[in-house]
Design a protein around this ligand. Structure first.
Ligand code: PHE
Length: 379
């Protein structure tokens, strides 16, 4: 294996700064360095190693593996070097955690593509934790894990096949990833969505698999934009590459039948004990049917209000017992024109029963924080 998996040490002052652009919260900081993907018997580690095995069997020694790259990256790495336009939504502080105006918590493992090419790597797999501000529900969590793959081809390879370089790279990419899907999911039917777009690939495509009667999107990928190769790899202009990025939680939820993304962070033995290093056959058995508790809150919107900002507050106060935050009603006052939203917050622990008293305290704090931090007016 390539790079060793040393521990990532991130100090609080490295991510929570006094910079006016800083929007990293305490609970996000606390996740950094957990490295769930380093644990061979955790579902994320199991999937990661199964993907490594697949690439190793098909191309022995070819791909260098990076498991431990620092999650704080420059804005240029996360966006500019990938040709993500200046006005792209993903750059918004509503979607991305900024450490300062020049550094972010990476929102995808693609942030390492250009740097690794510059260091001379022509085939690599990067696994790491990525960070996105988002809503609260069963499939979204502000920290998740991705694996990036890149492979560069030489002119002899496409010339030998009698294909033009882009066609060759795309054909190789499709074959490699359909093989991966079958390695993980068995003999599944695959199809390609060619309507996908990523600024850093052309063409861009998405792989979907038919699993238990449903078409599921599995990953995004494409032929690397030529200028990324040109600008970062020695003699890269004359070469061709593919790149893909996949979400480990998404794959693991499908493969192991894990119903809620919060479970990946559970230290409960009833969860962890169900998984074994190297075993892709586990079907997760739910161990809790604890009742949910619903709390509605209604307020007049403010300038600072966004759904992601509210979700950040809920996660900050409630942690992993926040199961869902959902807009259930919206109304604009006919006279003064102000808009009011009603959100339903679902609280539920995966591990224990919650008391009314603790939920009421949490909800009171969420309401208070929404007023002081977002300036909303409660109704
Ligand atoms: N970085 C993209 C994402 O997070 C995935 C991707 C990687 C797409 C590489 C194409 C090539 O959605």
């Amino acid at each position: 294996m390539g790079a060793a998996a040393a521990a990532t040490v991130v100090k609080k002052e490295d991510v929570i700064t006094s910079h006016p652009q800083n929007n990293v919260s305490e609970n996000i900081f606390l996740k950094i360095g957990t490295n769930l993907h380093h644990r061979p018997d955790h579902p994320l580690g199991i999937i990661k190693n199964a993907i490594f095995d697949y690439f190793e069997q098909k191309n022995p020694g070819k791909f260098r593996k990076f498991d431990d790259l620092y999650p704080v990256v420059k804005v240029t790495q996360n966006f500019d070097e990938l040709l993500i336009p200046a006005d792209h939504v993903s750059r918004s502080p509503n979607d991305t955690y900024y450490v300062s105006d020049e550094a972010v918590l990476r929102c995808h493992t693609s942030a390492h593509q250009a740097q690794l090419l510059r260091e001379g790597n022509a085939a690599f797999l990067v696994t790491g934790d990525v960070y996105r501000r988002d809503t609260v529900d069963a499939t979204h969590y502000p920290v998740f894990h991705q694996m990036e793959g890149v492979r560069v081809f030489e002119p002899e390879e496409w010339e030998g096949a009698g294909l033009d370089p882009t066609e060759y790279a795309e054909r190789e990419l499709r074959a490699e990833l359909e093989g991966l899907a079958k390695h993980l999911f068995g003999d599944v039917e695959c199809r390609w969505d060619t309507a996908a777009t990523f600024p850093f690939t052309d063409p861009s495509i998405e792989l979907e698999i038919l699993y238990n009667g449903e078409w599921l999107e599995v990953l995004g990928c494409g032929v690397m934009q030529q200028s990324i190769l040109e600008d970062n790899l020695a003699a890269g202009g004359g070469k061709k590459a593919w790149a893909f990025g996949l979400g480990l939680e998404r794959l693991a939820m499908v493969l192991f039948n894990i119903p809620d993304i919060r479970l990946f962070w559970s230290e409960d033995e009833r969860f962890l004990k169900q998984f074994k290093a190297g075993d892709l056959t586990t079907t997760f058995q739910s161990f809790s049917k604890f009742p949910p508790c619903y709390k509605d809150m209604t307020f007049w919107l403010s300038d600072e209000f966004t759904e992601n900002n509210l979700c950040e507050i809920v996660r900050g106060v409630a942690g992993d017992i926040a199961e869902e935050v959902k807009l259930i009603d919206e109304f604009t006052h006919p006279k003064h024109g102000r808009t009011s939203n009603c959100f339903r917050i679902t609280y539920r622990s995966m591990e224990r029963s919650l008391t009314d008293e603790e939920i009421n305290k949490i909800q009171d704090q969420v309401r208070a924080d929404a007023v002081t931090k977002l300036g909303v007016e409660l109704r």
